[in-house]
Design a protein around this ligand. Structure first.
Ligand SMILES: *Cc1c(COP(=O)(O)O)cnc(C)c1O
Length: 724
């Protein structure tokens, strides 16, 4: 059996596994990402061979290929293990065989078609970079759990997103791994004659083909387009090579594959969606393709005529007010990537096409923006938190020359949420099951019932479970840091004695996010003396764990990381601060479950929502964040901590705001967080802290669940008639 794909192509990811019949179901389970969030799903694979599981980076397909036959038969002879597998098999069978529900116009005949450039379903499918992808993954998981008819379209990036290493001098280095050599849980999409389904589009004067892969996400089908096929020219095979790795031209052609190729694929599969959800503007060429279809069906219509027909079918979610997140392209480049016949088939000339992507259609100096295109050709647009809705209305007001006031701009909001079953720690789920009941998750649909249930859990149980999760985090930290020889200069992911790093009784602050300027990674370093006084406090110290990636081309961000990595000081910083490399979903899982405090200090109002803090809240960690994005809605005075003023009360200039926020950050730490955490009752429990933990879990879990988010999308966006 050859592991290496021939000449860089791969027909499928199948291989023969000969599982003992008693545990044969594991093969089927490994092919559906349902295993990653269902009860006992990851544990059942991990317990087959724990060391190998981590070597395989928690990929069950890779595990099943590499595990020894002896290990498999040993497990098949363990009655308790076999019973676990059988219970899972029964639950899985019931889960996937349920008929999809109907939500107004949304039915299995006419599902929602969800388009996104990245999906963070699990780290073993490395086609995401960060928040947007994780959100899309959680959207699919909630759609699966709520049994919503939805199909998803994305791209299969052969090299995914980069892997991060940090050198001895603190500088980030990137490497790429060929995912096609891994055992991905993907199957080829075949037509009725068993042949690969290919779609093709014209670009750069050539026909470019893409094949489709299917990932099963519970009940949801996620189709991924991949241009790495033999019929393509060498360069075109790399169109879907890297996520956010290529140049602008690559970006345009990727987005053509996603938007236009995605529509072709739906047609090939015979899927006639009731609504197309553009999750971020990357897929907005799909609106043009829908227009082309309408025009091809009826030659009497003009482009102007079909705009209402296209808009009727499309809804758009914008995810960031930051420029870099709103793709725009120089018209010359767009022209190169779109051939003339395509533009003609839209009954447009070039200038008219370019105008569709401008905020001011008459301003020929403006580039072609995917966000204006999406707003213009969708019946609904929304931001991802209440504040972000407002920010977006102001940002895009110039697209609506007739409107006087931003409040009239037709951009709504649906606040982001995260998938509870994915993010809540198994130990905490067990606690809920034993103290609330096995159906604890259904209580999330009723916030007041949920609150009562959470309040009834004894403080000592909450604390014991939290300390367990914190110990898991600490051992993970020790595992993921490096030993260095005593006396050498080093960074905070190299430590003299990694086995003694961190202490479960020390207040632990987590900070993990993309390293971009507006996220203000260096705010914590504003006054080094004050920071180190917190870290060095003999009675009530603070320890920090950091993780995050800088964009490969962003040297400013890399320099910020280097500074943080390399603070060499006559203090305990070296033992009480840690950087974990290669932030991904697996790292996130340990962090959000085990941390005491989660810090977030973006420049207002640039954090559209943020979701990592929501994962923390569900696990009993406390948010310590600037009032921006979701935290404006989440913070109630008793469920965490706020840094600095609200956006409307800020100073005009960034320097003053940085100074004020740094002051607030230190003083909240010194005067609220540290005292609350270390104040213990007779039993040694931090009673004030636990009260806040329970308030956080009670108030935030239902509100910031992706189930709530999806219900909002269905009622307010996908089929507004449902809310009438
Ligand atoms: C949740 C998550 C994010 C997004 O969190 P933010 O709060 O938006 O930074 C990014 N990366 C990973 C790996 C995550 O799990």
């Amino acid at each position: 059996m050859s592991l290496r794909p021939e000449r860089g192509f791969r027909a499928n990811f199948d291989f023969d596994v000969h599982l003992p019949p008693a545990i044969g179901f594991l093969d089927r389970l490994s092919r559906n990402f349902y295993w990653s969030w269902c009860e006992d799903g990851s544990e059942v694979f991990r317990d087959l061979a724990p060391t190998l599981w981590d070597e395989c980076e928690q990929n069950p397909r890779a595990l099943l290929r590499r595990i020894s036959e002896l290990a498999l038969w040993q497990k098949a002879a363990e009655r308790l293990y076999v019973e676990r597998v059988q219970r899972l098999a029964a639950r899985f069978g019931e889960y996937v065989s349920a008929e999809p529900l109907r939500f107004g116009k949304i039915s299995s005949e006419h599902p929602v078609a969800y388009f996104c450039a990245e999906y963070g379903v699990h780290n073993s499918l490395p086609i995401y970079s960060g928040g947007l992808g994780i959100l899309a993954g959680d959207h699919l998981k909630s759609a699966s759990d709520l049994n919503v008819p939805l199909v998803a379209i994305g791209l299969m990036y052969r090299y995914g997103y980069f892997r991060q290493r940090v050198a001895h001098d603190g500088w980030q280095e990137e490497s790429y791994r060929n995912a096609l050599e891994d055992d991905l849980a993907l199957e080829p999409v075949l037509d009725s004659e068993g042949r690969r389904v290919l779609v093709s589009i014209t670009m750069r004067g050539r026909r470019v083909h893409a094949q489709a892969w299917l990932a099963k996400v519970g009940r949801i089908k996620l189709y991924l387009l991949d241009t790495n096929v033999a019929v393509n020219d060498e360069v075109d095979r790399f169109v879907t090579g890297h996520l956010y790795g290529g140049d602008t031209e690559t970006r345009i052609v990727q987005e053509k594959i996603l938007g236009i190729g995605g529509i072709h694929l739906l047609r090939r599969l015979g899927i006639e969606p009731s609504v197309y959800h553009l999750n971020e503007g990357h897929s907005a060429f799909l609106n043009l393709e829908l227009a082309r279809e309408f025009l091809a069906e009826n030659e009497n219509l003009s482009f102007e005529d079909v705009i209402p027909l296209v808009r009727e079918k499309c809804v758009f979610t914008t995810h960031t007010p930051v420029d870099a997140g709103n793709d725009s392209f120089p018209p010359e480049l767009l022209e190169e990537c779109f051939d003339e016949t395509y533009i003609e088939s839209l009954k447009l000339d070039k200038q008219e096409l370019f105008a569709l992507g401008r905020t001011d259609p008459d301003d020929s100096s403006e580039w072609f923006g995917m966000t204006p295109l999406a707003i213009r050709l969708s019946r609904s647009s929304n931001g991802v938190s209440e504040k972000h809705g407002e920010v977006s209305r102001n940002l895009w007001l110039r697209m609506f020359p007739g409107l006087e006031d931003a409040s009239e701009v037709p951009i709504a909001h649906v606040t982001n949420g995260v998938h509870p079953a994915t993010w809540i720690a198994p130990a905490l789920k067990d606690l809920y099951a034993s103290k609330i009941g096995v159906h604890w998750e259904s209580l999330l649909a009723d916030p007041s019932e949920w609150r009562n249930a959470v309040e009834s859990i004894p403080d000592e149980d909450v604390w014991r479970t939290h300390q367990l999760l914190k110990n898991l985090l600490i051992s993970y930290v020790r595992d993921r840091t490096f030993r260095k020889d005593a006396g050498l200069k080093h960074t905070i992911h190299e430590h003299e004695d990694t086995r003694r790093l961190f202490d479960e009784d020390v207040l632990t602050v987590g900070f993990a996010r993309r390293i971009a300027k507006y996220k203000r990674w260096d705010l914590i370093l504003y006054d080094l003396e004050r920071l180190l006084a917190l870290v060095d406090d003999p009675e009530r110290p603070v320890q920090f764990v950091f993780a995050g990636k800088a964009h490969p081309q962003d040297n400013t961000a890399k320099a910020i990381l280097q500074r943080l990595m390399s603070i060499n000081h006559d203090s305990n910083w070296q033992d009480r601060a840690v950087f974990i490399e290669d932030y991904d979903q697996e790292v996130a899982r340990y962090l959000v479950r085990g941390i005491d405090v989660w810090m977030n200090v973006p420049r207002r109002p640039l954090e559209a929502s943020g979701t990592s803090g929501q994962k923390v809240a569900m696990n009993g960690g406390l948010n310590f964040s600037v009032l921006d994005g979701w935290w404006i809605e989440g913070y109630n005075g008793g469920n965490g901590f706020a840094i600095g003023p609200r956006h409307e009360d800020e100073a005009e200039d960034d320097e003053t705001n940085d100074e004020n926020d740094a002051e607030s950050l230190y003083s909240v730490l010194e005067n609220e967080i540290v005292p609350d955490y270390y104040d213990r009752d007779e039993q040694g429990l931090p009673f004030k802290w636990i009260a806040k933990m329970k308030e956080s879990v009670a108030s935030l879990t239902p509100e910031f669940s992706s189930d709530r988010m999806l219900r909002d999308y269905i009622r307010e966006i996908y089929d507004p008639e449902l809310s009438e």
